[in-house]
Write a protein that binds this ligand. Sequence first.
Ligand code: ZN
Length: 151
Amino acid sequence: MKKLNEKISFLQGLGQGMNIADGSPQGKMIIEMLGVLSDIADNLNGLRRDFESFRIYVESIDDDLFDLTENLYRDEDDEDDFVQVNCRNCGEDVYFETIYLNDEDTIEIVCPNCDEVVYVNDGSFDFEPEAISDILDNQKQARQDGSSPNH
Ligand SMILES: [Zn+2]
């Protein structure tokens, strides 16, 4: 962009050297046009500066988004985010992620063993699936209750 400014300055200097502004109307016209060219070059320089800061801003957003998705996938690996449902048709234990429970779209969870629908997140199923960690905790609690005569 500096090169463009230099070229325009060169043309303006050339025009002054030829005294074209003192002569014909065409000469005055050329001086005006060179002035407009100079303004355009200045505007382009401003746009380039704005674009550069915008690019840096977008890169920082991209980095933040990367961190966010990293954390999201790390959370999904957590066993607490799975739900266990027992298939009414064949008795198979079906596991799916809790994110499907509150998904905006209607999602049917299908038994991988017999293709029976085991859960739909539209409220039509009357049971509330529990997170696996809760189920395991309850089982552990039940075993402890059974083995202890004080309870
Ligand atoms: Zn089944």
